[in-house]
Design a protein around this ligand. Sequence first.
Ligand SMILES: NC(=O)c1ccc[n+]([C@@H]2O[C@H](COP(=O)([O-])OP(=O)(O)OC[C@H]3O[C@@H](n4cnc5c(N)ncnc54)[C@H](OP(=O)(O)O)[C@@H]3O)[C@@H](O)[C@H]2O)c1
Length: 337
Amino acid sequence: MTKVVAVVGVTGNQGGSVAKRFLQDARYHVRGLTRDPTSAKAEELAEQGVEVVRADLNDVENLKEAFAGASLIFTVTNYWEPFFRPDCRQKAAELGISCRRHAYDVEYQQGKNMADAAAATCGTLDDNGFIASTLSHAGNCSQGKFKELYHFDAKADVFPGYVRDNHPELAKKMSCVQTGYFMSSYKLAPNSYFVKQADGSFVMRFPTAPTKPVPHLAVNEDTGSFVYAVSQMPPGRSYMAEGWTCSWLDFMRIWSGVTGHKGRYEQVSDTDMIKAAQDQAFGAELNDMFLYSDNPGYDGGDDTLLTAPDIRRASIECPMTTLEQYMRTADWSTVTS
Ligand SMILES: NC(=O)c1ccc[n+]([C@@H]2O[C@H](COP(=O)([O-])OP(=O)(O)OC[C@H]3O[C@@H](n4cnc5c(N)ncnc54)[C@H](OP(=O)(O)O)[C@@H]3O)[C@@H](O)[C@H]2O)c1
């Protein structure tokens, strides 16, 4: 009999990658959640064998139905949708809070809904049957220095925070997977942080110190392999999904070597980082992230997180894409043209 793996965010980067990997294992039946099963992406997934079900993360009851009977649940939340959506901006203004804080509230509630719904089917889950995509807790790991790195804390406050405090049985079956900087993120904010100079060279500018190492993940290629590998590990562990660790200085060295373009990294001030963003709140959220990545670190300075080599040491396959491999196949035209 096949086991159901319920995949949240199946039409997106992380969930799509997870679905793709589990589809390759005939022991699993992939059930993917989306708000719109009629979208082109959802229909494409259905053709590939995904059971596409309608579910909204804002509605705990429909999540209970979507998770019912699952052996494995993969969860992910998207801070940036409630951050950017015009109706959410309006709602934040009505509530008299920043759009950053409002997006935290929405993401936290969605995470809590998924945890409550997963707890309702805890009995059907495998021993390591609840795998949550998350990030480190910036507020706690920085001893309160970073109070507004909302897209980190909204995840960590639920995975593991809320789950441990409210659903101890589910917590026993949980693995928390932090995800490194997406190697594809250069596409998200063109002409702001990675730009062409008048002399034809390229510069990347963040407030992180040039030599501070940070994790990098080929999100579409590798989230699935990593989560599939994690599902074979014992429960209760925390991970960093990454294919490569290096500083932004090294990132640009590798990029120049691969593309043949002259490029460099420059550490900039908070003001310059925020100014470079078209949306100031977005600039402020990213600025906090790059400063936090500097100290205590993107992972909050937690050196206990397991990575792909640790999984391989347990004799479990965990193929990951290196930064150079990713760069060789990526389309850099949004930066170079
Ligand atoms: N960019 C980076 O470098 C980086 C690094 C680490 C972590 N992250 C985190 O990654 C997260 C985004 O992950 P991603 O890139 O995989 O997302 P994505 O590609 O933007 O996709 C978002 C997915 O979430 C689903 N979704 C959103 N709201 C929903 C709702 N209310 N109900 C049901 N489904 C909903 C969407 O499904 P439908 O639209 O089909 O309903 C879609 O499948 C963010 O929270 C971000 O903080 C980003």
